[in-house]
Design a binder for this molecule. Structure first.
Ligand code: ADP
Length: 280
């Protein structure tokens, strides 16, 4: 199983969901079976009890789970059908750990955020990634995991730590991280400082981005890209520009032009030889 994690910095609502769905779609068009998981770092068990004025509309899955609209994006973009386990919230993970604690599963140990909660998060991701989500009924090849919220928030800290450990659990050849940042335009100038600060935060938590996706109102200028590459210590080809488009359904094409799919195939050591002919 290969994992692509999508995290975000600077502000929330930056387009992580669209980027995660579009990445999945590009990999699906290459013939891979793609699934996705959404992590929402709030204490609610699900979005069903949250005001739509605050949280936005709820998306209901086939099994009745009420979750974030991003799961609807995944289902539409990838033509898959997800389950309640594909939406992990802080509330759900705590509930699971506390149930285990009451049963005595921890055998007298002191139950802690690290390692008990972080292990539960990693187990949950690994277990859910294997659930078949399309008509084939087969195990997916690639799992896209979107980490909601903003890196650096207290809320997302246990998840970030779990992801940090997870890269070693699955190995670097099976793990890629795309960090989505904002490049604001002030007086006509594209500003890279918020992205630099966000990448610094990410690195301080032990995570290294494979790709930096820059959301910008306008197309990213080559000088902005090279500045981000230099100050954020990633190769020039590892900076992706995602400017505002009339339709979010054009985002996959924009990412394909910048060879996101080729990068991931190479990073994961995937090739057509791994696929049976009818899946291509
Ligand atoms: P997040 O997952 O970070 O909260 P979303 O993916 O839900 O963000 O996107 C937030 C909003 O921005 C949505 O309304 C989405 O349609 C819009 N959006 C995302 N990417 C783009 C883009 N490239 N161009 C225009 N609108 C976008």
């Amino acid at each position: 199983m290969k994992y692509v994690f999508v995290s975000g910095g600077v502000i929330s609502g930056i387009g992580k969901g669209i980027l995660a769905s579009s990445t999945g779609l590009l990999l699906k068009t290459l013939g891979y079976r793609v699934t996705s998981i959404k992590i929402d770092p709030y204490m609610n068990i699900d979005a069903g009890t949250m005001s739509p004025l605050e949280h936005g509309e709820v998306f209901t899955l086939d099994d009745g789970a009420e979750c974030d609209l991003d799961l609807g994006n995944y289902e539409r973009y990838l033509n898959i059908s997800l389950t309640r386990d594909h939406n992990i919230t802080t509330g759900k993970v705590y509930q699971k750990v506390l149930e285990k604690e009451r049963r005595g599963d921890y055998l007298g140990k002191t139950v802690q955020i690290v390692p008990h909660l972080t292990n539960e998060i990693q187990d949950w991701i690994e277990r859910t990634a294997r659930i078949p989500v399309d008509n084939s009924g087969e195990e997916p090849d690639i799992c896209i995991v979107e980490l909601g919220g903003t890196v650096g928030d207290i809320e997302s800290a246990p998840f970030i730590e779990a992801v940090r450990q997870f890269q070693f659990r699955v190995g670097s050849e099976n793990f890629a991280l795309v960090h989505v940042c904002l490049v604001p335009v002030i007086n006509g100038e594209q500003k890279t400082k918020p992205t630099q600060a966000a990448i610094k935060d990410l690195r301080s938590l032990g995570l290294t981005p494979d790709l930096i996706a820059c959301r910008c109102p306008k197309e990213l200028e080559p000088t902005t890209m090279s500045k981000i590459s230099m100050f954020c210590h990633v190769g020039p080809d590892h900076v992706l520009g995602v400017h505002d488009l009339n339709s979010t359904y054009h985002v996959p094409l924009l990412l394909k032009e910048q060879k996101l799919d080729e990068f991931l195939v190479k990073k994961f050591g995937l090739g057509d030889s791994n696929l049976s002919q009818e899946r291509i």
